[in-house]
Design a protein around this ligand. Sequence first.
Ligand code: AMP
Ligand code: MG
Length: 498
Amino acid sequence: MPASTVCTPSPQSLAPSPTPPLLQGWRNGFAALGPTFFTELAPTPLPDPHWVGTSAEVGALLGLAPDWQDRSDALQVFTGNALPAGSRPLASVYSGHQFGVWAGQLGDGRAILLGETAKGQEVQLKGCGRTPYSRMGDGRAVLRSSIREFLCSEAMAALGIATTRALCVTGSPQTVQREEPETAAVVTRTAPSFIRFGHFEHFAARGQHAELRQLADYVIERYYPDCRNDANPYAALLHAVSERTAHLIAQWQAVGFCHGVMNTDNMSILGLTIDYGPFQFLDAFDPGHICNHSDHQGRYAYDRQPGVAYWNLLCLARALLPLIEDVQQVQAALDSFEPVFIESFMARLRAKLGLRQARAGDEALVDGLQRLLSAGRVDYPIFWRRLSHAVATSDFEPVRDLFADRPGFDAWLLQYQELLALDYQALAASLMLKTNPCYVLRNHLGEEAIRAAKLGDFSRVQVLQDLLARPFDERPGYAAYADFPPDWASDISISCSS
Ligand code: AMP
Ligand code: MG
């Protein structure tokens, strides 16, 4: 498939949006790379769009006018029915390893990059029609997966986890065929860059080393400028990406987030969480939990995520080898992953425990806790929230109640309290209450919001969005959102189909 085909959009799809413009001063850094990297094409319109959810915070991040959510041109633009003046829509080409196997050429099969705002945020519409990289797909996204991506991007951002952001979801009555007929939706998402490991693998696999270098130079220039000063800027880039990825996975593991499809084409070169599909926040703590029902081998199980991230970095390293030209430097860059991951993970776990300093015995404390949580399949978010309150009140009974193995818990608690006594307990509690969220996007909460949305009621999407935007603030009247999952939650089946 030539990457430079320019599709001629239909006249109505290219109709410029009314003035004053929604967004001004587009820059198109990625488009300047040239046609080997993408295909220019316009989104395919969807009939009768409506708003499903919007984020005022992301609107401000993009520099949108405050009233953008009330403007009909915004609804059209963010559904792909009109183009903002100055944008240069395109679908990029990449390749990748899926479930450990080389998949060859992939690319933006249903996402179109509109361009980059003056504030340096790329804006991408996901679900806006076929592209030359759609393969067998229809280029669409369904309402349920779009709501999940919207809510989770914003929830992750509020938890302080590096992620692509979501500006809005629009829906349309247009039918999309999945296991059953569903309706189409478009997520507008934003990030400084959507470049993936797979972009590098694409050019490396084809022996296109000039393009590989051009891409690496672009990423260094724009996003990793410190690497320019290194004797080997490409080794420095790999090193920096390894470290960012290590920090990201440490955050996932600490909060109990399972991505579900950590293919190399779903790995951001900026270390962002990207491509929300069958993700899940752990309910009960089960280290081997598999959230993706299409993942029969458990390749992307919760406790395998750090190892998979390293494997993916190996793929990136192989792709960058022609530029780095020195195997030892490649190995040195990769070697940073494990210690950074461990240090970052322990820092997060200490914060969750309210321990402000690293001390001898804290790793054993965390290991022991994970064993207890796993043996009792203890609810992960509730454990942490109750522990935070317990440290504040010195009443540990509500935490103890979560464990069937009471003697085991009591022994652990003694160990914990010894370490805690070395810190100032009131400060510990306040740190914990700002580290251990009260509200988490559990599968069943998303599912309830989706069920209502399918019936045209988006109020639950809004409630969840509001709660998850300030996940540490307990709000009166919303206790049900912080409670244990209902029995039916374990029957929710989330696959790659979206
Ligand atoms: P994902 O598993 O969502 O990361 O997607 C893997 C690849 O399949 C990417 O190249 C996507 O663009 C493409 N893809 C996924 N769903 C569709 C779809 N409905 N239509 C076209 N391409 C798709
Ligand atoms: Mg993907």
